[in-house]
Design a protein around this ligand. Structure first.
Ligand SMILES: C[S@@+](CC[C@H](N)C(=O)[O-])C[C@H]1O[C@@H](n2cnc3c(N)ncnc32)[C@H](O)[C@@H]1O
Length: 230
């Protein structure tokens, strides 16, 4: 029998969060970001890019699903949302404060994917298709790069080497800093990769700092990892 108590996902699912959720995950101050260039890596059907651009923040999104038509993406994200919605209420690793209940969470996820789908059709140039550990952008292209619910969270599906190579690539195309959220797994434990990154000679030019936030839905997810050049 499995000893796991967190949400059981056998692959990376296609869900999307809103601008307000990203703002809380990454302690963003939208006014400071106006005019800045940002990359949202593994952005999926999040509406962060659409909503940020509407506020004058120049966000580009990157995800393998952007090789698909809007119809195909809609087809794929709906069953993922349904299966998470059905499971999440009975999983003990979530704190229901920001989201009142699973229905409220589903509403926000739906709002995110609908806003994303409209923007994806209206502004295809904001959505770049590809897959980590490679990024098709020039060195130092972005002031700030974000990764939400991909690295660390999915450590059972993604190796340490994948994490290291992805972070090296993210820092190649970032002139400012990168932020990765959450720093725990779905089992609500700190990712085992975090200490390995800090002691990896390939990453000696970077410093890793855990920054506390006051947002916690997945238990212990009230922090992000900041990566900067030393
Ligand atoms: C759980 S979703 C997170 C979406 C968004 N960041 C958010 O928090 O709302 C994970 C995303 O990772 C994407 N993904 C899977 N493999 C990837 C890879 N190798 N490189 C970049 N993104 C990938 C999936 O397509 C999916 O959209």
């Amino acid at each position: 029998m499995s000893t796991k108590r967190g949400l059981q996902l056998d692959r990376v699912v296609l869900l999307g969060r809103t601008f307000d959720e990203y703002r809380r995950y990454f302690l963003l101050n939208p006014e400071d970001l106006v005019g800045k260039t940002m990359l949202d890596v593994a952005s999926g059907v999040s509406s962060f890019c659409a909503e940020a651009n509407a506020r004058g923040i120049r966000v580009t999104s990157f995800d393998p699903i952007y090789s698909l038509t809007p119809e195909k993406i809609a087809e794929r994200c709906e069953p993922d949302l349904q299966s998470v919605f059905r499971a999440i209420g009975s999983v003990p690793t979530y704190r229901w404060t920001y989201y009142k209940n699973p229905e409220h969470m589903r509403e926000l996820r739906k709002r995110a994917s609908s806003t994303f789908l409209l923007d994806y059709q209206a502004h295809p140039e904001r959505y770049v298709s590809g897959a980590l550990p490679k990024l098709p952008f020039a060195d130092d292209s972005f002031d700030l790069t974000l990764v939400s619910y991909f690295l660390f969270a999915y450590q059972d599906q993604l190796s340490y080497e994948f994490h290291r190579d992805s972070i090296l690539e993210i820092m190649r195309i970032t002139r400012g800093e990168a932020r990765i959220y959450p720093t725990v797994t779905f089992e609500v434990e700190p990712s085992r990769y975090r200490p390995l990154l800090r002691s990896d000679p390939a990453l000696r030019d970077f410093e890793f700092t855990v920054i506390k936030t006051d947002f916690e839905f997945l238990l212990n997810s009230n922090s992000f990892l900041q990566v900067r050049r030393i």
